[in-house]
Ligand binder design. Structure first.
Ligand SMILES: Nc1ncnc2c1ncn2[C@@H]1O[C@H](COP(=O)(O)OP(=O)(O)OP(=O)(O)O)[C@@H](O)[C@H]1O
Ligand SMILES: [Mg+2]
Length: 396
């Protein structure tokens, strides 16, 4: 169906359907014609290329179709990766440029670009790609999936859920990314409560019948908080124990990662040994501990169990409630845990009081927000170096 307009049923939603960052008039003319032939109404044209796209999309919802110009950029693969950091995985990205280079084409495809066209643009080809993205008939490259973040509390009550919901809220509300929070504590989890959302039975159904999990199922099962944050949580009875089955968790994660830029998983400590395959997926693992000796010891044991950091998987230790009664000194804690923490949050009555208002209260709590800022920056891709190095520098 080369160049045919999308059918009514397949037509994309009106808001922010397509955004085009283009540098020259000729290409702009071709793209305008294509989108007009495809009857795409909500289109925005912007002057500029990939760098302008990164800056712009970091602050607002991602479109369904994004066309970016890489002309004049020496090594565009890095910036395209950066673009993936600020864009939803569901956005179909078409890149245009000047060079007719098969290596560049392969590199761009490998980082999740749907298609690359060099100038002068051929209308029928651009139109076919755009049509495929807008009607959903072109499958998104598998490399375009969300970031996975596990949050594990080293000891109950260490503040894991507080850290998880604060990060989710920041990325969704401030960074405007699409975020999903999955609470795997099916009986005692309070992630939904902290977000003022209602748990449902859909999550247990998903984990018991993962083959039934599709977009429609997830739409119904997810409690929405604002425009971009969703939470999947249950509050099952205490009649029997519900330990999530790992293959089911992996299948649900696969579906969620296709839909959201960030998928946070609140993992109860007791489930860690049952989810080792999941915990070895490319991801960030946030270990949240208190300052106590048992918590320090558990951080060391968890780090050992999780293994060394790699290019694809990094463990970040958040020491929470520093200075609370029975906390170790910094040196004692580092000795007991094996390494110093990456992020430190002080014990503060203000945090405890603010948390009674749920995550909205915590957003206005500078004690928590300033401590979590380096973590927010790292998760949103604004900070490349792991916080460990900066903190170590400070310790030196
Ligand atoms: N830095 C802090 N200062 C004071 N109170 C805090 C701090 N961090 C968290 N809290 C409080 O500690 C309590 C436990 O926090 P949270 O529920 O996040 O822990 P958790 O690790 O998820 O617990 P669980 O093991 O039950 O899942 C909450 O009431 C929260 O408000
Ligand atoms: Mg919790």
């Amino acid at each position: 169906m080369d160049g045919a307009a999308p059918s009514e049923a397949g037509a994309p939603a009106a808001a922010s359907t397509a955004i085009v960052f283009v540098k020259d008039h000729d290409s702009e003319g071709v793209i305008r014609q294509c989108l007009s032939d495809l009857a795409v109404v909500a289109t925005e044209f912007k002057k500029g290329g990939i760098l302008e796209a990164i800056a712009d999309l970091a602050t607002r919802p991602s479109p369904h179709l994004l066309i970016v110009d890489i002309s004049g950029i020496d090594d565009p693969v890095g910036p395209i990766r950066e673009l993936a950091n600020v864009c939803d995985p569901t956005t179909g990205v078409v890149v245009i440029g000047q060079s007719n280079d098969i290596r560049l084409y392969r590199d761009l495809k490998a980082v999740g670009v749907v298609e690359y066209f060099f100038k002068p643009l051929v209308r029928a080809l651009v139109m076919r790609s755009c049509n495929g993205i807008l009607t959903g008939s072109t499958a998104q490259p598998s490399s375009r999936t969300g970031k996975l973040i596990f949050v594990v509390g080293a000891r109950g009550g260490a503040g894991a859920t507080t850290v998880a919901v604060a990060c989710c809220w920041h990325l969704a509300e401030i960074k405007k990314r699409r975020v999903c929070l999955l609470d795997l504590d099916l009986q005692f989890g309070d992630a939904a409560l902290q977000l003022n959302a209602s748990p449902s039975h859909a999550l247990i159904e998903a984990l018991e019948h993962p083959d039934r999990v599709d977009d429609l199922f997830l739409d119904r099962a997810t409690a929405r908080i604002g425009e971009r944050l969703g939470v999947l949580a249950s509050l099952e009875t205490l009649d029997q124990s519900f330990v999530p089955d790992e293959p089911a968790v992996l299948l649900v994660l696969e579906q969620l990662l296709k839909r959201s830029r960030y998928v946070f998983v609140d993992v109860p400590l007791i489930s860690v040994p049952h989810l080792m395959q999941a915990l070895h997926l490319p991801s960030t693992i946030l270990l949240v501990s208190s300052g106590s000796l048992v918590s320090a010891r558990d951080v060391g044991r968890l780090r050992k169990k999780l293994g060394a950091n790699s290019a694809e998987r990094i463990v970040i230790h958040v020491l929470n409630e520093r200075g609370a009664a029975e906390s170790l000194s910094e040196a004692e804690f580092a000795r007991a845990a094996g390494t110093p923490p990456d992020i430190i949050i002080q014990y503060s009555r203000k945090i405890a009081v603010a948390s009674r208002l749920g995550v909205q209260g915590l957003q206005d709590c500078p004690e928590l927000q300033s401590a979590l800022l380096p973590l927010y920056q790292q998760l949103s891709g604004e900070e490349d170096a792991p916080p460990r190095w900066r903190l170590r520098d400070l310790f030196r």
